[in-house]
Design a protein around this ligand. Structure first.
Ligand code: UD1
Length: 390
């Protein structure tokens, strides 16, 4: 069985890693990994391959940045000859980035079935580019691997037949559970000046990169102002995505970043993007995470660390129902008050959504192989029937 997996942007790498490692254990599978090159900075891409033990991609399409249409079209143009040459039996795509949509479309147009990992999530907000990517990818994918019950419900409500839907758990959490102990050895807390011996000073973590939060000057400034206010109580570390960094510089918002008092960091602390292990260690020891990322809502839930989501919706409601996530929107007063409340009443949550147990990739690979067996049994049956007819 020939399988080709496509990845392109930072959150794809931790999702595909456990799947690749499961596939490598199956002798009848020949697997290829293609990187579209949507993310190309070492800090957003190369580092993750090293830390997650992912094999070098067999091919990098080196697409790079551009408008959504350009990026999607360019991935399709460059991927088509690769699929024609390798002729996989199945293409795996993960998540909801432009590379996910582009790879799924290309495969389906060549008649190659697609398996979508992290299917069914819906924010019901079509202004998010990822929502279009999710809906189209799910519509055209044959196998839909789902992380949480809401995904199953959404797909059924859209009329998807049940035999395409597999609730398997969360591959991102497989990776997190596999790497948590190694991440605990990171020296990032000492480097940032919050750990001395066994003592860790309370701190928070912020990430922001959604266009809806960083492209509008007023929204971005109000967010930085609010978090700067929380930063007066505990330092808040902010590893900045390149898209956000460009906006902060263009809008001259650097004055919201803090400095240090008596050698200790205070306020909002600007950092370069971190690698997987350093960031996992930083989240795992923090009092509070503020984010607009989808994956970080899931990771904080798995870690039991309180998370405030700086958006008006989430496509991952299990992180609220079964986890440590709260949706607080972008109103500064609400953010500061929710943040202060968490700091006053802090506790770690031990709740986790069903099947977020580190076994999702195994279930996916077993599901695919089982489907393959059913399909060949079905083909055998059809062949026998046609022989009888003749
Ligand atoms: C993409 C995904 C988003 C995901 C995020 C994780 C889409 C629509 N968006 O958003 O869902 O949450 O990745 O990071 O696919 N850039 C660099 N270096 C890089 C890559 C990008 O500097 O290696 C800069 C470029 O200026 C680029 C901008 O970041 O224009 C945005 O990159 P892009 O891949 O288009 O989207 P992200 O915002 O990263």
């Amino acid at each position: 069985m020939r399988i080709l997996s496509v990845v392109g942007a930072r959150p794809n790498f931790m999702k595909i890693a456990p799947v690749v490692s499961e596939l490598r254990r199956v002798s009848e599978v020949s697997h290829r990994l293609v990187h579209t090159g949507q993310h190309y900075d070492d800090k957003l891409s190369g580092t993750f391959f090293d830390e997650l033990g992912l094999p070098e991609p067999d091919l990098n399409l080196q697409v790079g940045s551009g408008s959504h249409t350009w990026q999607t079209a360019e991935v399709m143009k460059r991927l088509e000859p690769v699929l024609e040459e390798f002729r996989p039996d199945l293409v795996f795509v993960v998540g909801d980035v432009n590379s996910t949509l582009a790879a799924a479309l290309t495969a389906v147009k060549l008649g190659i079935p697609v398996a979508h990992i992290e299917a069914g999530l819906r924010s019901f907000d079509l202004t998010m580019p990822e929502e279009t990517n999710r809906k189209v990818t799910d519509t055209i994918s044959e196998l839909l691997f789902v992380t949480e019950q809401s995904g199953v419900d959404n797909l059924k409500a859209e009329g998807v037949s049940e035999d395409r839907i597999f609730l398997v758990g969360n591959v991102m959490i497989d990776t997190l559970l596999q790497h948590r102990a190694i991440a605990a050895k990171s020296r990032i807390l000492e480097k940032l000046g919050v750990k001395n011996g066994e003592h860790i000073r309370p701190y928070g973590v912020l990430t922001l990169h959604r266009p809806s939060n960083v492209d509008q000057a007023e929204t971005l400034e109000r967010l930085l102002q609010a978090i700067n206010e929380l930063g007066q109580e505990i330092p808040v570390f902010f590893p900045i995505h390149p898209r956000t960094m460009t906006r902060v510089r263009d809008l001259n918002l650097d004055h919201y970043f803090g400095g240090s008092r008596n050698g200790s960091p205070t306020g909002l602390q600007e950092l370069a993007p971190l690698g997987y292990l350093d960031f996992l260690c930083l989240m795992d020891n923090s009092r509070l995470v503020l984010t607009d990322s989808g994956g970080i809502q899931e990771e904080t839930t798995a870690l039991g660390v309180p998370c405030l989501t700086l958006r008006n919706n989430t496509e991952r409601p299990a992180t609220v129902e079964h986890g440590s996530n709260q949706i607080v929107g972008v109103d500064p007063v609400r953010i500061v008050s929710a943040g202060r409340h968490i700091l006053r009443t802090w506790s770690r949550s031990s709740r986790r959504p069903p099947l977020w147990d580190g076994q999702a990739a195994r279930r996916i690979v077993e599901g695919v192989l089982q489907k393959r067996l059913c399909d060949s049994a079905q083909r055998g049956h059809e062949q026998r029937s046609s022989v009888q007819l003749v």
